[in-house]
Ligand binder design. Structure first.
Ligand code: NAD
Length: 439
C-alpha cells in the first residue's frame, strides 16, 4: 500500500461557492509520467519554482508532492493507477502530470481517461497561441489566438460500442428494428455499433465554464462548434442548450443575425456568442482565425479541432492542456511518453511547462504565470530551440533516419546550425535554463 507524506508547511487548496482559494504554500501533487516524463517533468518543476520565487520572493511557494501512476506505480504496487493516487488528486484539487503510456492490448483503458472519469474532469481546456520563432503554415500566425473548451466525458468517446457480429451489436440492431420500428441499417450483417450520448447537464456545465472564462478574460467572441445540421438531437441539442443557457443564466439578448450578446455587469464589455458548423469551422480557422477566440464544443469535434489548431500555430509539440472539473484540475503535457527518447535529455519540455503556466493561472498566481509565459516566448524568439522546434523551423529532418551512419553530437550540431542559422540547439534541461534566463 502506498502512503504519501504530506509536505511540511503545505496546505490544501480549497473550493467554495465556485471559487478556488489558494494558500501561500499550496500542496501540489505531480506525476512524473512514463518515458520522457523523466526528462520534462523535473524541468517544469524547476521553471515554476523559479518563477514563483521571482514573483513573490519567499511569500509564496509550491509544496510539491510526488504521487505515482504508470510504470513507476506498477513496479511498486502492481497497479498502474493506485487508489491513493486518485485520492491525492482529489484531496489536493490541483495537480500536474507528465505523459502516461497506455499499455497495448485489450482490457487496458488509458490512464488519462481513467483519471478524467474518476475525478469528473469534464472540460479539456487547450489554449492555442503562436510563439514567434516557431514555424507555422499560416501567412500570419499571430491571428490565431484561441482557447478550446472540449467536453470530456460524453459523446462517441463514452466507450459504448460493440464490434460487428457480436451479441451486443446484433441485439442493438434487433432492438432498433423490432422495438423502435426503424431500419436505418444499410449492411446490418457486418455492422459495428457506437452510441453517442450527449446530455443537457453535461453540455451546460461545459458551456457555462467556457462562457465564464470568456467574460472573465473580456473576450469578444465565443463560438459554439457543432455538427447539428446532421446530428440534430446530440450536436444540434448542444447548440440549442447553449443558446438557452446564454438567455437564462447570463441574460443574453438575441441579435438580428442569430448571434447573442452578453453584457457584463462590471464593465461595458460585450461578449458575442455565435455558432459554427464543425466543417465550416475548420475552414474558418484557416481563412479568418481572428473571428474566433473561445470555443465550446463536444468531445469528438474538440479532439480534431485542438490538434488542427495546435498544428496551425506550429506548436503541436508545445501545446499545453488542462482537464478541469468543478474546483479540481489536472494539468498535463499533451504529447505522449515517446519512450525511444526517454532519459536522453533531448525532447522539448515546452508542453508541460506551459501546462504549468495554466496551473499557476488557475490558482490565481498570474504574476508567476506571466513570467513563465514570457520566458518561453523569449527563449523561442531567441532561437534557443530543442531539436523538434528547430526541425519544424527548418522544414527538414535534422537527422536522416535512412542513413546507417550514427551521427555524432558534433555532426548533429553542425547540421542544426546549417539548417537554422543563428539558432542554438538546447537540451531538455537547457530549454528550462533558457526559459529561466529569459523570464
Ligand atoms: P508521442 O507523443 O509519445 O510520440 C510521437 C512522436 O512525437 C515522438 O516519437 C517524438 O518524435 C515526438 N514527440 C513527442 N513528445 C515530444 C516532445 N516533448 N519533444 C519532442 N518531440 C516529441 O505519441 P505516441 O507514440 O503515439 O504515444 C506513446 C505513448 O504515449 C502511448 O502509450 C500513448 O497512449 C501515450 N500518450 C499519452 C498521452 C498523455 O499522457 N496525455 C498523450 C498521448 C499519448
Amino acid at each position: 500500500m502506498l502512503k504519501y507524506t504530506r509536505p511540511e508547511g503545505g496546505e490544501e487548496i480549497s473550493f467554495k461557492n465556485g471559487v478556488v482559494s489558494t494558500p501561500d504554500y499550496p500542496i501540489i501533487p505531480y506525476i512524473i509520467g512514463d518515458g520522457i516524463g523523466i526528462d520534462v517533468t523535473p524541468v517544469m518543476k524547476r521553471v515554476l519554482d523559479y518563477a514563483v520565487k521571482k514573483a513573490y520572493d519567499d511569500k509564496k511557494e509550491i509544496k510539491w508532492l510526488e504521487i505515482l501512476a504508470g510504470k513507476q506505480a506498477f513496479d511498486m504496487t502492481k497497479q498502474l493507477l493506485p487508489r491513493e493516487t486518485l485520492d491525492a488528486l482529489k484531496k489536493y484539487r490541483v495537480s500536474i502530470k507528465g505523459p502516461l503510456t497506455t499499455p497495448i492490448g485489450s482490457g487496458h483503458k488509458s490512464l488519462n481517461v481513467l483519471i478524467r472519469q474518476n475525478l469528473d474532469l469534464y472540460a479539456c481546456v487547450r489554449p492555442i497561441r503562436y510563439f514567434p520563432g516557431t514555424s507555422s503554415p499560416m501567412v500570419d500566425s499571430s491571428l490565431t489566438d484561441m482557447i478550446v473548451f472540449r467536453e470530456n466525458t460524453e459523446d462517441l468517446y463514452s466507450g459504448i460500442e460493440w464490434q460487428a457480429n457480436t451479441d451486443g451489436a446484433k441485439k442493438i440492431i434487433e432492438f432498433i428494428k423490432q422495438e423502435l420500428k426503424s431500419s436505418p441499417f444499410r449492411f446490418e450483417e457486418n455492422c459495428g455499433i457506437g452510441i453517442k450520448p450527449v446530455s443537457k447537464e453535461g453540455s451546460e456545465r461545459l458551456i457555462k465554464m467556457a462562457i465564464s472564462y470568456a467574460l472573465k478574460e473580456k473576450k469578444d467572441f465565443l463560438t459554439i462548434v457543432h455538427k447539428g445540421n446532421i446530428m440534430k438531437y446530440t450536436e444540434g441539442a448542444f447548440r440549442d442548450w447553449a443558446f438557452s443557457l446564454v438567455k437564462s443564466a447570463f441574460n443574453g439578448v438575441e441579435n438580428n443575425d442569430g448571434t447573442y450578446s452578453i453584457f457584463s455587469n462590471e464593465s461595458d464589455h460585450e461578449l458575442i456568442i455565435k455558432d459554427c458548423i464543425a466543417d465550416n469551422f475548420l475552414q474558418e480557422i484557416i481563412l479568418s482565425p481572428e473571428q474566433h477566440e473561445v470555443i465550446a464544443t463536444l468531445n469528438l469535434n474538440g479532439d480534431y479541432i485542438s490538434d488542427a489548431l495546435a498544428a496551425q500555430v506550429g506548436g503541436i509539440g508545445i501545446a499545453p492542456g488542462g482537464n478541469i472539473g468543478d474546483g479540481i484540475a489536472v494539468f498535463e503535457a499533451t504529447h505522449g511518453s515517446a519512450e525511444s527518447f526517454a532519459g536522453k535529455n533531448r525532447v522539448n519540455p515546452g508542453s508541460i511547462i506551459l501546462s504549468g503556466e495554466m496551473l499557476l493561472r488557475y490558482i490565481g498566481w498570474h504574476e508567476a504565470a506571466d513570467l513563465v509565459l514570457n520566458g518561453v516566448k523569449s527563449a523561442i524568439q531567441k532561437k534557443q530551440l530543442t531539436f523538434d522546434l528547430a526541425r519544424a523551423r527548418a522544414g527538414k529532418r535534422i537527422i536522416r533516419t535512412k542513413s546507417k551512419h550514427k551521427h555524432t553530437e558534433q555532426e548533429v550540431k553542425e547540421e542544426f546550425t546549417r539548417l537554422v542559422p543563428g539558432a542554438t540547439l538546447v537540451t531538455t534541461s537547457g530549454f528550462g535554463d533558457a526559459v529561466i534566463n529569459n523570464m
